[in-house]
Ligand binder design. Structure first.
Ligand code: PLP
Length: 400
């Protein structure tokens, strides 16, 4: 029986009750949650205030025309999408990408039944391992079988699609594949060819590709390819999920979008209209303004890059890690020092650093391997000073 607790609950269960020994002189530093701490764009409060009157009204589930136009323009510019083939009909607002990823699985089940005649008692849902915990909650909600696809160094820590392609029995009973790029926690990025392989598998075996791309704008120097770009004008069977939480440091705004297969989105909207949360209209107005501004996103990347430079400067080659091409997590291999849960406890107890054990973010695969074993996930979300402080504490605790 796999542990059903969330990674954060498991973390609390091992750390609560322990007081860091340096607490009197050093405030604890929490590097667990992927909650950006940089400033959000200064114009946001004013846009919300200007549209506050609309708080009286129930928002339509399909969002405002202005919101959808802003996302559509942003996607076209970001991924060079064909002007004619991609429109507002390919976009839906979400109350943050998390609820979209969760509710998408109900849509995927209905879609697989209505369009592909897949009426399975226990369909398979494919997910990366490690994974974002909402995927598994979604699989549980429709009593599907979650199938964990480990990343390995050979597959750039992403699910190995070549190996998967051989398992036609599994693919034929699959209704959806949650695929994250840039990946949380490793920050690996799928190139265009990988996205195209994935799209081809989805079309051959009749499952939806649910692309989780919420870290797409947090990259070091090269913008990651996106699934819509890889689709080259045919968006059937593909939905991408993104939000302003990471791009614009607006995790609390709860505003994101789903974009892709227009026919799927139309059918899914009917379900969403009964069950999913709408996005308040003043928040959609603020989100539209944020999608029309890139200056704050560039500044955001500059700040993350400066912090990753500090990580490299302070940890050097004395610990095992790679600066990820995207995302804001340091995925640190601590297997030389002990198991990841014990090292997490040691860091908290001895130097007041709170991080997440990698094994809590993954599951044992069918052969009992947990690909998060021996790793720590460290969110580089605090400011530069605190990040430097944290890296010095980490170094001191592990290397003396
Ligand atoms: C991989 C991944 N997907 C989705 C989300 C959900 O983000 P939000 O609901 O804020 O858009 C997160 C948040 O941390 C994440 O790490």
């Amino acid at each position: 029986m796999q542990d059903q607790r969330s990674p954060f609950q498991r973390l609390a269960d091992i750390l609560d009750g322990i007081t860091p020994s340096n607490e009197a002189t050093h405030a604890p530093i929490n590097l667990t949650i992927g909650e950006p701490q940089h400033a959000f764009p200064a114009f946001i409060p004013e846009v919300i205030a200007d549209h506050a009157d609309a708080f009286r009204r129930y928002p339509a589930i399909q969002g405002t025309d202005d919101f959808r136009a802003s996302v559509c323009d942003w996607l076209k510019a970001r991924y060079g999408l064909d002007e004619a083939g991609f429109s507002e009909k390919n976009v839906l607002p979400l109350n943050g990408s998390r609820e979209g990823l969760f509710h998408a699985i109900v849509g995927a089940r209905d879609w697989a039944r209505d369009h592909f005649g897949k009426t399975l008692d226990k369909p398979a849902i494919l997910l990366p391992n490690p994974f974002f915990h909402t995927y598994i909650a979604a699989a549980r909600a429709i009593d599907a079988e979650p199938v964990f696809l480990n990343g390995s160094p050979d597959s750039n820590y992403l699910p190995d699609l070549d190996a998967l392609a051989l398992d036609t029995e599994l693919l034929d009973r699959t209704i959806a594949f949650f695929y994250a790029s840039p990946a949380n926690p490793q920050g690996s990025v799928a190139g265009k060819e990988i996205w195209q392989k994935l799209i081809a598998l989805g079309r051959k075996h009749n499952f939806l590709v649910l692309a989780d791309e919420c870290y797409s704008e947090i990259y070091r120097d090269t913008p990651p390819a996106g699934v819509l770009e890889a689709a080259e004008g045919d968006y059937s069977n593909i939905v991408t999920f993104n939000s302003l939480s990471k791009r614009s440091n607006l995790a609390g705004l709860r505003c994101g979008f789903a974009a892709g297969d227009g026919a799927f989105l139309t059918q899914w909207t009917k379900y969403r209209n009964m069950a999913a949360p709408q996005v308040p209209m003043p928040l959609q107005a603020a989100a539209a303004a944020a999608f029309r501004d890139e200056a704050h996103v560039e500044e955001n990347r500059r700040l993350y890059n400066a912090k990753f430079d500090a990580v490299r400067r302070i940890l050097g080659n004395d610990l095992t890690y790679e600066i990820p091409p995207a995302g804001f997590f340091l995925w640190l291999d601590v297997s030389a020092f002990g198991d990841d849960a014990s090292i997490t406890e040691k860091l908290w107890r001895e130097v007041g650093l709170r991080v997440v054990p990698g094994s809590f973010l993954a599951r044992n695969d069918a052969s009992g391997i947990n690909p998060g074993d021996g790793f720590l996930r460290i969110a580089i979300v605090a400011d530069l000073d605190q990040t430097e402080d944290a890296m010095h504490r980490l170094r001191h605790c592990l290397l003396g």
